[in-house]
Design a protein. Sequence first.
Length: 111
Amino acid sequence: MKIVEMGIADSQEFDFDVVDDVCVFMRNDPMFYRKSFFPAVSEMAEMLRSGKTLDKNKCLASMIENALGAYVKKYNLADMPDDVFNNDDRQKIIDQVFSEECEMIKNGEYA
């Protein structure tokens, strides 16, 4: 018998991509965007414009952890973000946000 068959798994399976969904959540939840997402990305934009080297994990990890907690709580997916997201998921979210937002910064957003 597999662990999954017993109902014990490392993370839950969903019929949607939780990585993409949490990225959409961060941008579309008004409170989260205003209090967490925008300030983190604005700081990243200032650093980029001033020529500083950006470490995407340092810039975004704390904000992403806050997002994961807010996301699982809002949609009642689990008690803890670790029940839904593993470290690979976290890194994918950081990579996706960093890539998309750096492109927007280069195009003049967050000025």
